[in-house]
Design a protein around this ligand. Structure first.
Ligand code: UDP
Length: 333
């Protein structure tokens, strides 16, 4: 199938694009390279430079191209930044998704897999979090992704679009030569590995007074390969006129201190940590109930161990100590 991958120069989009190519699909990447890396785009994919905030860009990309579907990753995805700059988040994540949906309808593109997030739930009363939990986002990032989910639902009903929203929990690990490289880096595991590499002196623990066993925030980490595999299944299972919403996590929670401890074991480095105040917008505990995705797609995690995720991220970090374009070995896989 010919597929458009928006955000295909980013961490998750570029790895899903690889998996799609490996399974015989034709991939066109659509990215503005604002946060993504040209080097991350798989060699076999065509790259269209475009911006979803300009309605003509997705329209031109999809018009008459014979696309069977879109995988939509292009978004802003930092909780802290969204609290400071909500306008950016609504413009890119909501207006951008609306422009994409309208272009899909105009171009007759029947399927969508959307990169949604557990941040739509805020801090629900019950953990593990099921899809039936009332969405109460705690920051503009989660609110903007929830608004995009609402748009998608309405477009499915009105235009017979087939869509699956995957609500990711915390993604980690690497896929061979492709991995996580953000500037600035805000995510826990890459920041821990920067300390292991000697690129920063210590990792900060944001918040030690959460109502959790060790006082630090708990997250559900999923390997990027398992996450990517769910997108292929979602594409196969999407049905016209239906919007399926599925949580995508392993169902195991790890605290910030536990993640640092595992990283110390995996890397053999001491990784000094220092305690810092909570980061605005961060809920205490996010762990997925993954029953629905298992039943709906037959998805099963192949790499559920945090050790594997950190070991793969560590191999990528060592091969690319300064990131993609800032590295000598910046070839795309
Ligand atoms: N975190 C931390 N130090 C860091 C980066 C993150 O303590 O340098 C915490 C963060 O406050 C959150 C958890 O680690 O509780 C996971 O954060 P991340 O940014 O990786 O993902 P998020 O859950 O925000 O999507």
């Amino acid at each position: 199938m010919k597929l458009l991958v928006t955000g295909g120069a980013g961490y998750i989009g570029s790895i899903v694009a690889r998996l799609l190519i490996e399974t015989g699909h034709e991939v066109v990447v659509f990215d503005n390279l604002e946060r993504g890396h040209r080097e991350a785009v798989p060699r076999q994919a065509q790259l269209i430079l475009g911006d979803l905030r300009n309605p003509e860009d997705p329209r031109r990309a999809l018009d008459g191209g014979g696309f069977g579907g879109v995988l939509h990753f292009a978004a802003l995805a930092l909780v802290g930044e969204s609290v400071e700059h909500p306008g950016r988040y609504y413009r890119t994540n909501v207006a951008g998704t609306l422009n994409l949906l309208e272009a899909m309808v105009a171009g007759g593109v029947p399927r969508l897999v959307f990169s949604s997030t557990c941040a739509v739930y805020g801090q629900p009363d019950e953990v593990p979090i099921a899809e039936t939990a009332p969405p109460r986002p705690q920051n503009a990032y989660g609110a903007s992704k929830l608004a995009a989910d609402h748009l998608i639902g309405d477009f499915c009903a009105a235009h017979q679009l087939a869509a699956v929203s995957l609500r990711y929990f915390n993604v980690a690990g690497a896929h061979g030569e492709a991995g996580e490289d953000h500037e600035p880096e805000t995510h826990l595991i890459p920041n821990i590995l920067k300390v292991a590499l000697g690129a920063s002196a210590s990792v900060q623990i944001f918040g030690t007074d959460y109502p959790t066993d060790d006082g630090t925030a708990v997250r559900d980490y999923i390997h990027i390969d398992d996450l990517a595999a769910a997108h292929l299944l979602a594409l196969e299972h999407a049905r016209a006129g239906e919007h399926l919403i599925l949580n995508l996590g392993n169902g195991n929670g790890f605290s910030v201190r536990e993640v640092i401890e595992v990283a110390r074991r995996v890397t053999g480095e001491p990784i000094p940590a220092r305690e810092a105040p909570r980061r605005p917008g961060d809920p205490p505990r996010l762990v997925a109930a993954s029953d629905r995705i298992r039943a709906a797609l037959g998805w099963v995690a192949q790499k559920p161990e945090l050790e594997t995720m950190i070991a793969d991220a560590w191999a990528f970090a060592q091969a690319h100590p300064h990131g993609y374009s800032r590295s000598d070995s910046a070839a795309s896989a």
